[in-house]
Design a protein around this ligand. Sequence first.
Ligand code: ADP
Ligand code: MG
Length: 363
Amino acid sequence: MRLIIKHRHIITAVIVILLLGVLVYLGTRLQNLKKEDVAADTFAGTAMGTAVKKTIYSDSPAKSEEVSKEIDTCLEELENQISVRISSSEVALCNRNYAVDGVYELSERLIGYLKQEMDICKETNGAFSPCIRPLADLWGIEDGKTEVPDDTMIRDTLEKTDASKIEITDNGIIFHKENMAIDFGASGKGIACDQITEILRKNGVEGAVVSVGGSIAVYGSKGNGKDWHIGIRDPRGDEDEVLGIVDFTGSKMIATSGDYEKYFESGVKRYHHILDPATGYPADNDLMSVTVISANGFLSDALSTACFVMGLEKGMDYAEEKGVDAVFVTKDKKVYVTKKLKKSFHIKADGYNLVKKNKLSGK
Ligand code: ADP
Ligand code: MG
């Protein structure tokens, strides 16, 4: 008895440690049990003129389905606001009804995105143009046109895609020329990914991978704490053929712009839908695709298009400067990645080679 009293502190400490051990063990078990309940549900459809695929990890199929429906509604609303193809959309109304040199009022949301697009336009020396639409219409590649427009017409259109002829104010936009038009073709699917992520967060699902065309929102986890392994498309393969895999944990937004998405061929030349505002022709450089990975869907999407137009060297410098991860694939099947991505990107497709050392602009 006296021995117990003498060592009572040690005994209390041992009991406390044992109890803590039991608690930690039970906690982990409970967590694992909970995680084992998480299952994947997949949904496929179309929105914003492209394929939408959703894999939602949650503890109930009913919840996943509800979230999937909420995403569909959100995509429809967004399309109704920003699509140039829907004549009643805010963007289409603006393009049709603005008066030269006057302020055309826009919603706060669009002003916010347009301001960011103007920043990207300045940072890229105009490679990214928020008002590319008249040129995209002239080429009509998204609408299935397969002829190169007249060179004079292309040159005449360039003054309408010159972003120095528009101003974004606190309540709207000013166009200084007639027949100009804004366009969210390069960033809209990324904006969708940001909104989708908000819905996933709000509904408390465990994780999800949602792709809207070439933009992917990866959210949370599969429920087992393991890395995501997300495939980047082979620019010369079928839709489900993967060039390489990027590994990471947590949420990220991935966008790919490529010359394979919408194009036609004439002779040996491929004319695609990513246009260079400097020439009026499809960006003609060594690239087949650019993938950008960041925390923000809008940024990933806009920068994937911008970097594609800029080409390998300038695009790579710009991606590093913006602190985003990026994968550049050249026509000779070489793959260049930003510094931080070197360890987590792995080539899977035959014939492609990862260039280990980027000796690009000598930086
Ligand atoms: P996708 O729409 O196939 O995912 P992108 O995100 O690269 O591909 O966007 C391409 C679209 O962006 C084009 O269809 C056009 O509407 C628009 N676009 C093309 N060139 C430019 C450019 N230089 N700057 C801004 N937007 C562009
Ligand atoms: Mg884009």
